[in-house]
Design a protein around this ligand. Structure first.
Ligand code: SOE
Length: 386
């Protein structure tokens, strides 16, 4: 397919006033000038929806009451939306993504992909039957040094994988949140968040990061989920042991009740020749520690990292890049795929969502059975969508 840099017409579902991630999607989509926001439904309340859309400068007739009307009306326009970004509470991901694929749109979907494994599998089938792209927003794989770590593992630089320690800890739900905290309200409500709390919200990011860097599926989990805040229904702290398909062992800790931790995602990948250590709050460096030799601090240099990684670097080393740039890398890669047919193998897709939901389900079952080892059914990635 020929290079075509025409901006992709983007519609957005969710992400209105008071939302954190909606604004991030809009910044990330614009960063490389590959998208134009043309339509949306930002809030269920009609007045709030219109008011918010006005702040974005959207044409009034392209601000819709609900997603069904948006999909239908945009399909009838010659300049209709081509991609839809879903940044709503979890329970809406599945119906919206399914309808969008069926309406012929490419989909960008927040994690966790669905509420259940059944929904995830149904979405994977729908994506398989369509010729549209599906991007699951596991944004942390967009960091250049995460991609570099993955390349180092794949090219044998750490040797045989022995263990993985991954943790994603935050403090923001340590206390009962204020009643008007919109972010917290739906995340703590099983009707909207699903059966998993912290496990679904950030445990899935940690799980995907481990899977992404190592390239190895996790075959079984033994999990212990707990809720520290009295009256809270969903888990807010997860400790899990992992068994990787190739024999490596791992541990995953996800918590939203960890005072002093803001957005502390970090991973250590241990091989028999070397270890790697990366932290999201200091994302411009990766520690490479070979056996019996001095450790090396690898910095995010555009001139040293490989081509695949180089494309996702915008300014030379020493000029910090961060969360927004990493997020934008996924949007950029999706645009490459849609406009130029470029294969971007690292982009998390619908299979990553199925895998994530199978992990969530297995961890929930394991915890209910007092930590019993529970198998995670493997995902067929033959279709090349990960
Ligand atoms: C809240 O815990 C949250 O916004 C998550 O929902 C995001 O996925 C994570 O990236 C940052 O924290």
């Amino acid at each position: 397919m020929a290079e075509n840099n025409q901006r992709l017409r983007l519609a957005m579902l969710g992400g209105g006033d008071g939302a954190l991630i909606g604004g991030v999607h809009r910044i990330a989509a614009r960063m490389d000038d590959r998208y134009e926001l043309v339509a949306g439904v930002f809030a269920p309340d009609p007045a709030a929806n219109r008011q918010f859309a006005r702040t974005l400068g959207l044409a009034e007739e392209r601000v819709y009451a609900d997603y069904q009307t948006l999909l239908q009306a945009e399909a009838e326009r010659p300049d209709g939306a081509e991609v839809v970004a879903i940044a709503t509470p979890n329970h809406l991901h599945f119906p919206m993504a399914l309808a969008a694929l069926q309406a012929g749109l490419h989909v960008v979907c927040e994690k966790p992909m669905t509420l259940t494994v059944e929904e995830a599998e149904a979405l994977a089938r729908a994506a398989g039957e369509s010729d549209r792209e599906f991007l699951l927003m596991h944004n942390y794989v967009g960091y250049p040094l995460v991609q570099h770590a993955r390349e180092m593992v794949a090219s044998g630089q750490i040797g045989k994988l022995i263990s993985v320690q991954v943790e994603y800890v935050q403090e923001w739900l340590t206390e009962e949140p204020a009643a008007d905290n919109k972010q917290a309200a739906w995340r703590l409500d099983p009707e909207k968040a699903g059966a998993a709390g912290c496990l679904g919200d950030i445990g899935t990011h940690a799980f995907h990061l481990a899977r992404f860097i190592t390239g190895e599926p996790v075959s079984a989990v033994s999990a212990d989920l707990v809720s520290h805040v009295p009256g809270r229904v969903l888990d807010d702290n997860v400790q899990a042991l992992l068994r990787f398909e190739g024999g490596a062992r791992g541990s995953l800790w996800a918590s939203q009740t960890a005072p002093g931790h803001e957005n502390a995602l970090r991973i250590r990948v241990i091989g028999d020749k070397a270890s790697l250590h990366w932290q999201q709050e200091a994302p411009n460096e990766l520690l490479y520690a070979p056996l019996n030799a001095p450790a090396q601090r690898i910095t995010r240099r555009d001139d040293l990292l490989g081509n695949a990684v180089g494309r996702s670097i915008r300014i030379p080393g020493g000029h910090p890049e961060g969360y927004l740039e990493a997020f934008a890398n996924l949007y950029q890669a999706l645009a490459d795929r849609v406009r130029s047919g470029q294969s971007v193998a690292w982009l998390p897709g619908v299979e990553a969502g199925v895998e994530g939901m199978r992990f969530v389900e297995a961890a929930l079952q394991s915890s209910q059975a007092d930590g019993r080892w529970t198998a995670i059914r493997p995902v067929d990635t033959a279709a090349g969508r990960r």
